[in-house]
Design a binder for this molecule. Sequence first.
Ligand SMILES: CC(=O)SCCNC(=O)CCNC(=O)[C@H](O)C(C)(C)COP(=O)(O)OP(=O)(O)OC[C@H]1O[C@@H](n2cnc3c(N)ncnc32)[C@H](O)[C@@H]1OP(=O)(O)O
Length: 430
Amino acid sequence: MQSIRRVAVIGGNRIPFARSNSRYASASNADLLGAALDGLIARFGLAGQRVGEVVAGAVLKHSKDFNLTREVVLGSKLDPHTPAYDIQQACGTGLEAAILVANKIALGQLDVGIAGGVDTTSDAPLAINEDMRRTLLKLNSARTLGERLKIAAKLRPHQPFRPELPRNAEPRTGLSMGEHAARTALRWQIDRRSQDELALRSHQRLAAANDRGFFDDLMTPYLGLTRDQNLRPDTSLEKLGALRPVFGTRGPDAEQATMTAGNSSPLTDGASTVLLASEQWAREHQLPVLAWFSWSETAAVDFVHGDEGLLMAPAYAVPRMLDRAGLTLRDFDFYEIHEAFASQVLATLAAWESAEFGKDRLGRDAPLGAIDRDRLNVNGSSLAAGHPFAATGGRIVATLAKLLAEKGGGRGLISICAAGGQGVTAILER
Ligand SMILES: CC(=O)SCCNC(=O)CCNC(=O)[C@H](O)C(C)(C)COP(=O)(O)OP(=O)(O)OC[C@H]1O[C@@H](n2cnc3c(N)ncnc32)[C@H](O)[C@@H]1OP(=O)(O)O
């Protein structure tokens, strides 16, 4: 067998993220992912080339987009002989796509690949109610006019086109991501002030990164947007503190609700892509390596029967990954923890700092440890940039790889919580 090869992160390209039902309201997943991919192709001179594989996905997809990624590749300037396919791992999709491509490169099955993700809540698929859907499917397969008329006669005027709106909720609990996170915030006693401070820092840092041109070679303008639309450089603790809670506002604990529109990631439209390759491919194409993709781990928690919070899986994935890699939580120059909600980031950090969690849940003699918070999300994260679900992983991989390249060396941790009680994590090094 071929030995494991190093996997290079060559670079990334994304479009600025837009607020839902705003600038990208008329664009589809294919448009957005196509724009991100076109920018990557242009930046790295990939036009006409056959890339090993393109792997991407969307959390919210229309049924007609059964292989969205392949359709996007066919519409791009890549050689049409480039294989491409969708994967889906909720908010971890973009990172999971990068892990998949990286692993194939490491095993010598690919020399170069592109990972990506896209989502638009503005163009979410709308279903019709179950009765109507089944009736229409029967109607479609009816062979004779008589059969059709018989089926059509069963249609009742009061129920026909009642739509089923997609809900940002867990099928097994019926609770939204925010409601789940609110429970976790209570369990870990995450206070409002700390959440607002984290949100403020995210905006300030993203604004500073924009100002110094950090994203100039990671982003291409799209439909008139040149920077993430959700960014509020003028926000403040006072403004954040004045917002009313929106999650956890019902039931006996309503008084303790702390999560607002300011300390929750907003509904967002956007897409991102990342170019990964073997060392040899990078050398042959004279492309500098930003960082090496070295480790990954995915974990899941039992949020249905157990008391583990829905979005707490990274608290388990990271220690497992560290053990495999022979590292500790302090061995990092940068920590990129996806800000689904400020409370979620803080609950994860609290779990790692807790002796009880370390002992009871991780089976350790001591807590996993505390991180230097000055190294956390140094260029902002999803609270400021927005969170187009499947696109967040690509944004983070490209951002972290460039941070390591700028620094000239070091190690970075990526941690992304995902719906379904899962968490996807990875390590980049340089
Ligand atoms: C694994 C995971 O990643 S799980 C996470 C998945 N994602 C989610 O669940 C999305 C969660 N977010 C949401 O559902 C929505 O964004 C909500 C419910 C939090 C907020 O929705 P909306 O009320 O439509 O937000 P909107 O943008 O209008 O903001 C509400 C108000 O807060 C204000 N606001 C929001 N952020 C800020 C800020 N940083 N500073 C100051 N004001 C702010 C807005 O200006 C607005 O004020 P206005 O009413 O005076 O205009």
